[in-house]
Ligand binder design. Structure first.
Ligand code: PLP
Length: 832
């Protein structure tokens, strides 16, 4: 603030003493040693890799902080419009390697660390992933932060600082076991801002009064307060000084450590209990992917986070002394899924109850400010909150929700008089046995733009869940922004040799900022030397993964084999069960062959990885089956290298960076119409792997970009899914000969305990096969056979992978951010 700024005459002393950060190797080493000796209070006689990681990170952090401060000052002084990306999840992974690459000083660090006695890979390996997310949605938010900083957009991420991120997965006796992820022991990348706090109110009641003009004023009173404390994380852009901010809120008791009143009265336990109850709000990330469980604590998390964020945003706006009508010219807020939808209600509350604006004026500001990104059409994932719960926790917000709904329905009635079905279909309040607030509808009504995340998905939301809203608001309100990924992390960082080869052929690293420049490598598709190097890099990446598998699981896999990988959250709609049934089928066929015939077969390593939500029993059974199949197949002497089945423990971002570059084939085989986009599909292709996939999510656009000759598509189309489901339930449903053979093998005990897998088989055979595993099984097997045949022709395969990489430019998250900026946020980058 102005009061805290140093008077003009004294500023020279500041400028003169400005901290510069290291500029070369020697200065870097000096900074590392300084941090070891002073910040960590250690010395060369007790500096292990953990300490070296800490000191090296702090040296980089110091440099980042400089640019971070400057970026924030620049944004404040130019008084420019900012973007606020509200996401309950940011799946960041590791920060150190990313910081080195984005700042452009990795080689300095590598040499410096070497001189100090450390290998940079070992130091990078010390960092604990920041795993504040479940999967695709959280990783998308992380890629977007990278792109917004790299493109110089004035943008902040707002989230929650969970004490426990997504649990760590251990596999014990073939079963998933969850272990808490306590990641905050040492985290040099966050800055606690104990001076940036907000008190957040819960419960209580609403009192109404009249002002001198007879206007009704609502007062939300009573209840309890919890304090939100800001923790800031610098987000460095690539090849630019722009360093943005991610602000994560942590909860603590509003009275501080303890309620001293209670403490003094001898109520020790109750005083500690209050404190713990407050801290519980930001304690854990809910571990469900694409599932809404409706827990009260989750709603508390949501309000805590959006209320703190909006307070912060409004405070920043008010410092500009502008009129409220200019709020949407200064502020764009993007809602990553419906989790932050209460922000719409909270801003309306602030404007009418606190700032005294009229309803309509406030509502125009609100709707012009928000954009909403939908991430799913799966009914079990669509958020709904019981009216009673909202009433109890946020009494004033429920009133506002009712008013929003009333005015909305009045407008609908005016436009479609007498259409009562329409009114009940689109009402934000679902008039069910337990009345529910439909958060997606509230998000649509309260935003000026609604987008899906791939073309098929954006079309689907407009014809299914939001069909009536398209009629009411017009199609212009709905748009598509196909997801993307940051090439900095997912090519340059994860696959440095490939990145270097591409740089050599395209005239430098410009492709990392304009990914469409990748198309230049297609000119080298017939270049012998280039192809040789291309193949060598893939092989080296497979060897790296093979070594990782050997060291963590003590299983030897042959890097010459085809590496077939499916890593993502375990979910019935993602159909890992289809994959493992296919693997079993392959095993049975190999067993039935003569030894001569077997010798002609192509060796394959089937790799699975991913976490199941702790309460998702069926997903856990799928993990169990994969492990049991592996236990049998991997030690079958008749099979040897022809088939290995691997379940990689604890899939996360840093492991994805090892796994993704090592695939020949990756699987994206969701039932058509269920996967909104997928982003790992893009990562695998960008790293020179091919896809076996369904016509779902972004697979469709990937096909359009890279050519259908370069992807293995199979299975039911989304337009046929409903009819097939219907026929399963009301017609004859047989699962076919191949799958029957697989089920018989499982049920005969070939893979251990038959009881465990009965439900998985029944879901397909007896209970309607909702995910169409049986319908797609044969075409999946046939397509896998085609994969084998194509892979035998290595030259043809290499050509496909080169052409695919060359054509992946569209899937950069930079392209996404530019589309959001132009079509939804109306913001410009800020020149540096
Ligand atoms: N989990 C992690 C750790 C990831 O890195 C990603 C994306 O790369 C995902 C999940 C999302 O994967 P998918 O798009 O296959 O669902």
């Amino acid at each position: 603030s102005v009061e805290a700024s140093i008077p003009e005459p004294q500023r020279e002393a500041w400028t003169k003493n400005e901290f510069e950060g290291f500029k070369n190797k020697d200065e870097f080493e000096k900074e590392v040693v300084r941090h070891v000796e002073t910040t960590l209070a250690r010395s060369m006689f007790n500096c292990d890799e953990t300490a070296a990681y800490a000191a090296a990170s702090l040296a980089f952090r110091d440099r980042l902080v400089k640019e971070w401060n400057k970026t924030q000052q620049r944004q404040t002084f130019t008084d420019t419009k900012r973007v606020y990306y509200l996401s309950l999840e940011f799946l960041m992974g590791r920060a150190f390697d990313n910081a080195m690459l984005n700042v452009g000083a990795k080689s300095i660090a590598k040499e410096g660390l070497e001189e100090l006695g450390f290998r940079i890979e070992d130091i990078i390996g010390q960092e604990h992933d920041a795993a504040l997310g479940n999967g695709g949605l959280g990783r998308l938010a992380a890629c977007f932060l990278d792109s917004m900083a790299s493109l110089n957009f004035p943008a902040w991420g707002y989230g929650l600082r969970y004490r426990y991120g997504i649990f760590k997965q251990e596999i014990i006796d073939g079963y998933q076991v969850e272990v808490p992820d306590y990641w905050l022991d040492f985290n040099p990348w966050e800055f606690p801002r104990h001076d940036v706090t907000v008190n957040i109110q819960f419960y209580g009641h609403v009192r109404k009064s009249q002002d001198e003009n007879g206007k009704t004023i609502a007062h939300w009173e009573g209840g309890e307060d919890v304090t939100a404390v800001a923790y800031d994380v610098p987000i460095p852009g690539y090849d630019t000084p722009s360093t943005n901010n991610m602000r994560l809120w942590s909860s603590k008791a509003a009275s501080g450590e303890f309620d001293f009143q209670k403490f003094n009265n001898g109520e020790y336990e109750s005083s500690v209990a209050d404190q713990q109850r407050a801290e519980t709000i930001s304690a854990v990330l809910y571990p469900n992917d694409n599932l809404d469980r409706g827990k009260e604590l989750r709603l508390k998390q949501q309000y805590f986070w959006v209320a703190a964020s909006l307070y912060d945003i409004v405070r920043r706006f008010k410092k500009t002394k502008r009129a409220w009508s200019e709020f949407p010219d200064q502020v764009a807020i993007q809602l990553n899924d419906t989790h932050p939808t209460l922000a719409i209600v909270e801003l309306q509350r602030i404007l009418i109850d606190v700032e005294g604006l009229e309803w309509d004026e406030a509502w125009n500001i609100v709707t012009a400010t928000f954009g909403y990104t939908n991430h799913t059409v799966l009914p079990e994932a669509l958020e709904k909150w019981p009216v009673g719960l909202v009433q109890h926790l946020l009494p004033r917000h429920l009133q506002i929700i009712y008013d929003i709904n009333l005015f909305f329905l009045q407008a609908v009635e005016k436009k479609y008089p007498g259409d009562r079905d329409m009114l009940s279909r689109v009402s934000i309040i679902e008039e069910s046995q337990t009345k529910m607030v439909r958060m997606a509808y509230l998000a649509v009504v309260g935003s000026h733009k609604v987008n899906g995340v791939a073309e098929l998905h954006s079309d689907l939301i407009q014809t299914t869940i939001f069909k009536d809203f398209v009629t009411i608001f017009g199609a212009d309100k709905f748009t598509n922004v196909t997801n993307g990924i940051t090439p900095r992390r997912w090519l340059h960082q994860a696959n440095p040799r490939l990145s270097e080869l591409i740089a050599k052929k395209t005239g430098g690293y410009g492709f990392l900022k304009d990914l469409t420049l990748l198309n230049k490598i297609e000119n080298f598709v017939d270049d012998k030397e280039f192809r040789k190097e291309w193949a060598e890099i893939k092989y080296a990446n497979k060897v790296r993964l093979a070594n990782y598998i050997k060291s963590t699981m003590d299983i030897t896999v042959n890097p010459e084999a085809l590496f077939d990988i499916q890593v993502k959250r375990i979910h019935e709609y993602k159909r890992q069960q289809l994959n493992i049934f296919g693997v079993i089928y392959r095993y049975l066929k190999l067993k039935q062959m003569s030894p001569e015939e077997r010798k002609k077969q192509l060796p394959r390593v089937s790799i699975f990885g991913g976490k199941a939500a702790p309460g998702y029993w069926m997903a856990k059974q799928i993990i169990h089956l994969v492990n049991n199949v592996g236990a049998v197949v991997n030690k079958d002497p008749e099979i040897g290298d022809l088939l290995k089945v691997i379940f990689l423990e604890d899939y996360n971002v840093s492991k994805a960076e090892i796994i993704t570059p090592a695939s020949d084939l990756s699987e994206h085989i969701s039932t058509a119409g269920t996967e909104a986009s997928g982003t790992s599909n893009m990562k695998f292709v960008l790293n020179g792997g091919l896809i076996i996939g369904t016509c779902d999510g972004a697979n469709i656009e990937i096909t359009r970009e890279i050519g259908q000759e370069n992807i293995f598509l199979f299975g039911t189309l989304s337009e046929d899914v409903e009819d097939l489901r219907h026929s399963h339930n009301y017609g004859q449903h047989s699962v076919g000969a191949g799958l029957t053979e697989v089920f018989n093998a499982i049920q005969s005990g070939t893979f251990g305990d038959t009881n465990d897998f009965g439900a998985m088989i029944s879901a397909v055979r007896d209970h309607g096969d909702y995910y169409l595993v049986s319908d797609d099984f044969q075409s999946y097997i046939d397509t896998q056979k085609m994969v084998d045949d194509e892979y035998r022709n290595q030259e043809g395969w290499i050509t496909k992978t080169i052409r695919s990489v060359a054509r992946m430019g569209f899937f950069s998250s930079d392209r996404c951010i530019n589309e959001y900026a132009e079509g939804i946020w109306n913001v410009e980058p800020l020149a540096v």
